[in-house]
Design a binder for this molecule. Sequence first.
Ligand code: GDP
Length: 140
Amino acid sequence: MALERTFSIIKPDATKRDLTGKIVAKFEEAGLRVVASKRIHLTKAQAGEFYAVHKERPFYDELCEFMASAPIVAQVLEGENAIAKNREVMGATNPADAAPGTIRAEFAESVGENSVHGSDAPETAAVEIAYFFSGLELVG
Ligand code: GDP
């Protein structure tokens, strides 16, 4: 299995409740190394660009408002099979469906305010990493 990188966001509902450390611990316990990290406060326009793929969805405006409502922690995670591994550690989008022990089962508040984002494919991971980080900021 090849070493892979994925993009992660610890979302506003989680940063507001000081869950950053607990969430990063879940990544690290799963063998995902944090190779880049920054805490930033997105504007609604920046959140909208990041989630442009969801523009036509009924919850798009609510999602952008939420993502700009408090700081986020943007990270690049590296490990074997990192994209799938991270999605496994995150759990299902709706916390009601998330497997026990996953981040969303333990911490998410609702289907919208669900504590974490993780890339769903290598192509999206590459685009999302480049949206938030320069090559100089990926430090291994
Ligand atoms: P993910 O890949 O598991 O994050 O799920 P999606 O790509 O389907 O959705 C992206 C994000 O949009 C989710 O993580 C939620 O924050 C938000 N979202 C998805 N479905 C809903 C919904 O029905 N209502 C609201 N308010 N937000 C949603």
